[in-house]
Ligand binder design. Structure first.
Ligand code: IVH
Length: 671
């Protein structure tokens, strides 16, 4: 092997040092001073030198983070100092009792100084540095013996391969929690879903699974992070007198320490910190499941000692669990205001996220299938903050033989109209939009609004009042309201009641397009309603049209056609339409589009017209049945040319398309 000349040796050394510094700034301090591409240049330079002179490669070179081969198994590692667990407290009383015990054992009444630390929900890890260099890393295991995960730990860029600084203890064991941030977890699962791989249940599982992974190359792709919270074996330097000073030392050696950690005197201050963090929790980029209080003075810690594998000097004050397991006893289907059918799991009641929960949303049938949820399953339920409780995952090993598949009902549980499912759409919907009690308030508000039936005075609040007092059941009932009924309502003077009746009367004279829009057929907005009115001319033809015929209307695709057919197929809807017409709603018949003079002709407008705006010209043409397009092609029939026309005119000339100047265009419209 060629030995590198001294100049190259020092160049490699300099590069290693530089790369380490940038890693530290980026991953630990979150304060990079060079761009990713500049970092890559340095990294590639070092790699090239090492490839040329392999003797340059040291185990702590930043290029040596990923071992080449997957392991067959993890070796066992005995922890020289056991990795303990923590006693848990769930209430203020338990925290106060802990503080009292500490006082009694220490025979003092002085307030105790505690270090308050967020309790991360990940995987406990021990990393041992010998003479400043990373020697090995292990999981907690049973506290006595863990698994050797050195190769995996080396892939985490925020973990230094050697301690920072110039003087190192002979042995330095740092302990902490490996975790995955909330966003890292979401990204990981998004990618897993894309590749059809297994989805992780929560960030904790994802972190644990990533560390206990035999192929370090896979671990290297996982967004793992670390916060250190303590030390194990230390040889060669004096251990500081306070836990807070130990944390400072850990930080000084280049490890990430949670910036939220705070020293508080007296248990009251600790409880205040707990409240503060409970509030801040949702804003943190990682999940925490409680606060750890630790007596700060190391001498006092020693005096307090341990009991059954947990120190007497610390307590984990847990937040109410956000995830617990329970059983799905049944599944019911709810109908939303817009007709969306949502499956809801009826759960064996559980206390989760600070409240008793007996229902959880299952979102839709796709979700049920994806998570493979059955009635009778034991499931993980999550409730965080004000979020609606949801089923995170099924614990398959607990599925009873009697578990039942979940089927979407054929008819709406509220109004018995048909349920429509459209391929490619996750949400199933009730088709009884006008009739369904679950949807009626929305249906009436929509019906009355300005661009639809334009019933001034029939606002959201009044609709709520009319439905709640049972004066109105369906939209058709609004035309049956009497002066007496309206005046009997709270906050409704006789004059306003009469005004509303007048408005109702006025609204009866409408257009077919407005009426269609008002019916609230899914995906039929103003423009589609206009197209439908123009194409069919009157309602009966539209109501009896099939999907094929509907699709021949401009801008109506297969999905909208399905919605329209499903809507009119529903007898309940047809009954209400009939009642509306019976109450006097009417419109002038529109000439069927087929009879329009410019039906089937495509126009392109270009340049500036003097007598009308582009929009006005477009509307005029459309009213005559023409289609107005933005670009000239072989399919264009006429190009209307204003002043300063450019490339479109040229193209039209090339294609031999009929060209109209403004005067000709005006004449054309006239005829
Ligand atoms: S101290 C002797 N501090 O919680 C004290 N642990 O339930 C041992 N954990 O195994 C642990 N954040 O995985 C400590 N700031 C923190 C922690 C923390 C999370 C985990 C750790 C430990 C478990 C004990």
């Amino acid at each position: 092997m060629t030995v590198a000349p001294p100049k190259i040796v020092s160049e490699a050394e300099k590069l290693r040092h530089e790369i380490d510094e940038h890693n530290y700034r980026y991953h630990v301090l979150d304060d990079p001073i060079i761009s990713d591409s500049e970092y890559d240049v340095l990294f590639q330079k070092l790699k090239k030198l090492e490839a040329e002179y392999p003797t340059l490669i040291t185990p702590d070179s930043p290029t040596q983070r990923v071992g080449s081969k997957p392991l067959k198994e993890f070796k066992e590692v005995k922890h020289e100092i056991p990795m303990l667990s923590l006693e848990n407290g769930f209430s203020e009383e338990e925290v106060v009792a802990f503080d009292e015990r500490v006082h009694q054992r220490l025979h003092t009444t002085d307030p105790i100084e505690y270090v308050c630390e967020p309790k991360l929900d990940g995987l406990a890890i021990s990393i041992v540095y010998e003479k400043g260099k990373l020697a090995f890393a292990a999981t907690r295991g049973d506290g006595e013996v863990g698994e050797d995960v050195t190769e995996n730990i080396r892939t985490i860029l925020m973990i230094p391969l050697h301690l920072r600084g110039k003087e190192f203890p002979k042995v330095f064991e740092v302990r902490g929690e490996v975790y995955i941030s909330k966003s890292g977890f979401e990204k990981l699962n998004r990618e897993a879903e894309k590749k059809g791989e297994k989805i992780f249940v929560n960030p904790r599982n994802a972190a644990a699974g990533s560390i206990r992974q035999l192929d370090p190359r896979i671990t290297a792709t996982r967004p793992l992070s670390l916060f250190c919270y303590g030390v194990g074996v230390i040889e060669g330097i004096k251990i500081p007198d306070k836990h807070s000073e130990i944390l400072a030392l850990i930080k000084q050696f280049g490890f990430p320490v949670n910036p939220e950690i705070k020293v508080s005197t007296g248990i009251k201050a600790c409880l205040k910190y707990y409240e503060h963090m409970a509030e801040k929790r949702k804003k943190l980029t990682y999940e925490i499941d409680g606060i750890v209080y630790k007596v700060n003075d190391i001498d006092l810690q020693k005096k307090l000692g341990f009991v059954s594998r947990a120190p007497r000097w610390a307590l984990a004050h847990k937040f109410p669990a956000e995830e617990v397991s329970t059983v799905i006893e049944d599944v019911e289907f709810q109908v939303g205001r817009t007709g969306a059918i949502t499956p809801v799991a009826r759960l064996k009641p559980v206390f989760v996220g600070g409240a008793t929960v007996s229902n959880a949303t299952l979102h839709n049938m796709d979700e049920i299938q994806r998570k493979d949820i059955h009635i009778g399953d034991t499931v993980l339920v999550r409730r965080a903050g004000d979020v609606i409780p949801e089923v995170v995952a099924v614990i398959k090993s607990k599925r009873p033989r009697s578990a039942k598949k979940i089927h979407l009902p054929k008819v709406c549980p509220v109004c018995h109209s048909h349920i429509e499912t459209i391929e490619g759409e996750a949400v199933a919907r009730c088709t009884g939009g006008l009739f369904c009690r679950a949807q009626r308030k929305e249906a009436i508000k929509h019906f009355a609004s300005r661009r639809m039936m334009n019933i001034e005075g029939l606002g959201d609040k009044l609709v709520d009042q009319l439905v709640d007092t049972k004066l109105v059941d369906h939209v058709s009932d609004v035309y049956k309201l009497t002066l007496d009924q309206l005046s009997s309502l709270e906050r409704m003077a006789e004059k306003s009641a009469q005004n509303l009746l007048d408005e109702l009367e006025k609204s009866k004279k409408t257009t077919l397009a407005r009426f269609l829009h008002a019916l609230g057929i899914r995906d039929v907005g103003e423009a589609t309603a206009k197209e439908l009115a123009r194409h069919f001319g009157d309602l009966p033809d539209l109501m009896s049209a099939n999907e094929e015929e509907l699709q021949s209307v401009p801008d109506i695709g297969p999905i909208v056609a399905k919605h329209i057919v499903a809507f009119f197929a529903e007898k309940h809807n047809r009954d209400i339409i009939q009642q509306l017409i019976k109450s006097g709603i009417h419109w002038e018949k529109v000439a069927r589009a087929k009879q329009l003079p410019l039906q089937g002709k495509t126009f392109v407008l270009t340049g500036t017209l003097k007598s009308f705006s582009r929009e006005e010209a477009k509307e005029k043409l459309e009213n005559l049945g023409a289609k107005v397009s933005g670009s000239v092609s072989a399919k264009t029939h006429y190009v209307v040319v204003g002043e300063d026309a450019g490339s479109k005119l040229k193209k039209a000339q090339e294609l031999g398309i009929k060209i109209l100047d403004e005067e000709e265009f005006k004449k054309f419209l006239h005829h």
